[in-house]
Write a protein that binds this ligand. Structure first.
Ligand code: NAD
Ligand code: TDX
Length: 338
């Protein structure tokens, strides 16, 4: 099978390409990526000589570039490419509309033009909004959309376009809405790698607000296996929610856990100005489990141990991105104080 992976040079996309080619070595993957600040070509360097892997630099908003790869015999699209960082969406919302909405539309239209190619869309639990503090609610496929940030609003819009192409044009689509991922090749602008790299650098760990917000963390290869399950066994037109934990974790618990795993104490925690419209998330993955038999393999501790070790051993991979991420956060902090 020939697969078009968009955004394959980012965090989850690069993990997915490694995961897929290790399990399906006869398949062919084209990685179509613009190489924004969030990409790191080093993540896929080991595949450069693999004849089943091809990299094409391009923008998903560019119709002719998209048509050109789509017409090369692609049988499945796995669409990761997006602007993915909530804090950056507060800084520059329009970029999120362009990439996440227009880019997704451009891909859908091209998949439709080239023979209704199977289209799997990678989305997020953030489209469902926020869970109240103290509530045991979990998002599921039945939860109404209620996005809070420009990022989640743009992802919600892209989900609607994907479904509309399924219903209106018969495009064979599936969607997965996943909770927070963590693991290797993750840009250090995001919470867990920011924490780990700050601790390596002997710096404090910034926690937004009081650290009470909660997330449902999933190790990235568990996300990859969930996507594989839906691509292989999912019902066309359906949405599947993906989550990782039997219980959620507050940010402050998570920070303490990482400090503990890295042999540091809580004096390294620093509480900073909160993110506006700061959500809470928890996801039920009952449908994916009951209908398709998927379940995650890693626990939060086993996944964090692997991830910490990877960042300790791969400073060359993350150092430049960290400098850039911290410069972004300095600008953001200055603008939040105004
Ligand atoms: P990322 O920011 O690490 O990577 C995004 C990739 O997309 C980068 O390689 C970037 O160069 C590429 N890209 C951006 N704009 C592009 C464009 N216009 N054309 C072509 N390529 C472009 O993102 P990630 O964390 O790997 O997330 C991947 C997908 O998974 C996103 O759709 C995101 O919404 C979704 N998701 C992420 C998480 C998470 O925890 N990170 C959880 C659930 C869903
Ligand atoms: O320095 C920080 N301190 C802090 O307390 C950062 C960067 C974050 N946080 C908090 C905010 C969130 O409650 O940690 C939590 C996680 O933050 P992020 O890593 O920015 O992730 P989040 O906003 O939850 O979004 C992520 O998961 C869902 C991905 O970036 C999205 O692409 C995905 O859809």
């Amino acid at each position: 099978m020939k697969i078009l992976v968009t955004g394959g040079s980012g965090f989850i996309g690069s993990n997915f390409i490694h995961y897929w080619l290790s399990r399906h070595p006869d398949d062919e993957i084209i990685n179509f990526d613009k190489l924004t600040y969030a990409a790191n070509p080093e993540s896929l360097k080991d595949l450069e000589s693999n004849s089943h892997y091809q990299f094409v630099q391009g923008d998903i908003c560019d119709e002719s570039a998209v048509d050109s790869v789509m017409s090369s015999g692609v049988e499945l699209v796995v669409h990761f490419a997006a602007e993915s960082h909530v804090d950056r969406s507060i800084d520059d919302p329009l970029l999120f509309v362009k990439t996440n909405v227009i880019g997704t539309y451009t891909l859908l239209n091209s998949a439709k033009k080239h023979g209704n190619i199977r289209f799997h869309h990678i989305s997020t639990d953030e489209v469902f909004g926020s869970i109240d503090f103290g509530s045991n609610l979990q998002f599921s496929e039945e939860t109404p959309y209620d996005p809070s940030s420009p990022y989640s609003a743009s992802k919600a819009s892209s989900d609607h376009f994907v479904r509309s192409f399924g219903k209106t044009f018969g495009l064979p689509i599936t969607i997965t809405n996943c909770s927070n991922n963590y693991g290797p090749y993750m840009n250090p602008e995001k919470m867990i790698p920011r924490m780990i790299t700050n601790i390596i650098d002997g710096k404090k760990v910034p926690v937004y607000g009081k650290g009470e917000n909660f997330r449902d963390w999933l190790y990235v290869t568990d996300h990859c296996s969930a996507i594989e399950t839906v691509v292989n066994k999912g019902k066309i037109g359906e949405t599947y929610c993906i989550g990782g934990l039997k219980e959620t974790s507050t940010n402050i618990d998570l920070v303490k856990r990482v400090l503990n795993l890295m042999g540091k104490d809580e004096s390294q925690i620093e509480f900073v100005t909160d993110r506006p419209a700061h959500d809470n998330y928890a996801v039920s993955w009952e449908k994916l489990h009951n209908e398709l038999g998927w379940e995650p393999q890693e626990t939060l501790d086993s996944g964090l141990q692997k991830m910490i070790k990877w960042y300790q051993e791969n400073e060359a991979w993350w150092r430049e991105a960290k400098t850039e991420a911290e410069a972004f956060y300095q600008r953001l902090a200055a603008s939040r104080q105004k």
